[in-house]
Design a protein around this ligand. Structure first.
Ligand code: DAH
Length: 333
């Protein structure tokens, strides 16, 4: 074998080992492509070496050609292998970087709800609004006049004992019922009127499962020409029907200073008669007190306890749960 052949062969072997080393150490696909061009490209190192092929004799040429082909193939294989390795690594790195941990806990945002008492008030108001009523309100700190006197309950009237009152300095008191709103509303408006007034009221009651010193009422007042007790009955029938469904109900004669005649209404609930509201025709004295002509106008009124409604509707055994702010309780509604 000529030295030229040996030389070429050696150069080729050297090329193979250089290329494969470089390829094995290559860490990214762009560099790998540069290596391919550098070694196997048209003007690459392999081509350069093979340019000397012409200097060989016809017998040696095929031999070197075969070796060159083998080396070319070997380098191509190495390139392909490294390419695959780098591509796999690249995909893996990308997956790692973009990974989404679906087991990661989300951000907890507690959601507020309507308190069961407000929910019941809303239902009551909605029914009366559907019957043409508007909503009115008045202060919780009242004077004796609005809470009692104007409601036909003068001092020393025995009916004052029906409601044990929290008195405040300066002749003020905490209203014992929402009936005071009747007077305040009538003072500022002229008939015809149909209003409901929800609100908080206060009594010196000992707190137990069915009593609270602070509780809620909804008051209703209608004044117009020609209103009669049958209008009151019809209104209450429709209200209780929407509230509780078609239950038996009864009107019991009763007494309130500001209504005449007066009645209390019971519904039959799970076998028992349950008192749900007080009502009556507005006493002419009350109408005269606010300057209405009681010969021309008549009115009817009612008052109900919201807690009682809530306890019946939600089957509660203790009124105090409504004031406890206990989320285990409140989350049920
Ligand atoms: N104010 C009464 C109470 O607190 C309830 C009541 C009864 C209101 C009859 C009324 C009514 O408007 O007509 O017990």
């Amino acid at each position: 074998m000529t030295t030229q052949v040996n030389d070429l062969q050696e150069q080729l072997e050297q090329l193979r080992s250089n290329a494969q080393n470089a390829i094995a150490q290559c860490q990214n696909l762009d560099d790998l492509e540069s290596l391919r061009v550098n070694y196997l490209g048209k003007k690459g190192q392999l081509s350069q070496i093979l340019r000397n092929l012409g200097k060989l004799g016809p017998e040696e040429r095929p031999k070197i050609g075969a070796i060159a082909n083998e080396i070319k193939e070997a380098i191509q294989n190495s390139l392909q292998q490294q390419r695959e390795t780098l591509q796999t690594a690249q995909i893996e790195a990308q997956l790692q970087a973009e990974a989404l941990d679906v087991t990661m806990p989300g951000v907890y945002r507690p959601q507020g709800k309507i308190h069961p008492l407000n929910g019941v008030i809303d239902r009551i108001i909605d029914i009366f609004v559907g019957l043409g009523y508007t909503v009115a309100s008045g202060p919780e700190i009242e004077t004796d006049y609005y809470n009692f006197e104007a409601l036909n309950t003068p001092e020393d009237h025995p009916a004052r004992d029906m409601q044990d009152t929290f008195y405040l300095p300066g002749n003020k008191l905490l209203r014992t019922h929402t009936s005071s709103v009747q007077i305040r509303y009538m003072e500022r408006h002229q008939p015809p009127m149909r209003v409901v007034a929800p609100g908080r009221v206060y009594r010196r009651d000992t707190v137990d499962a069915t009593h609270s010193a602070v509780f809620h009422q909804v008051e209703l007042l209608a004044v117009d020409e020609g209103l009669r007790f049958t209008d009151l009955k019809g209104t209450i029938h429709e209200f209780l029907r929407q509230m509780f469904g078609d239950l038996p109900l009864r009107f019991r004669p009763s007494y309130f200073p500001f209504t005449e005649p007066s009645a209390e209404v019971d519904i039959q609930w799970q076998g028992d008669w349950l008192e749900v509201l007080g009502c009556g025709m507005v006493d002419p004295n009350v109408l005269e007190t606010v300057g209405y002509d009681s010969e021309k106008y008549t009115g009817f009124a009612l008052g109900l306890g919201v807690e009682r409604f809530a306890m019946v509707l939600h089957q509660l055994d203790d009124i105090r749960r409504l004031y406890s702010s206990d989320l285990r309780f409140l989350n049920q509604f």
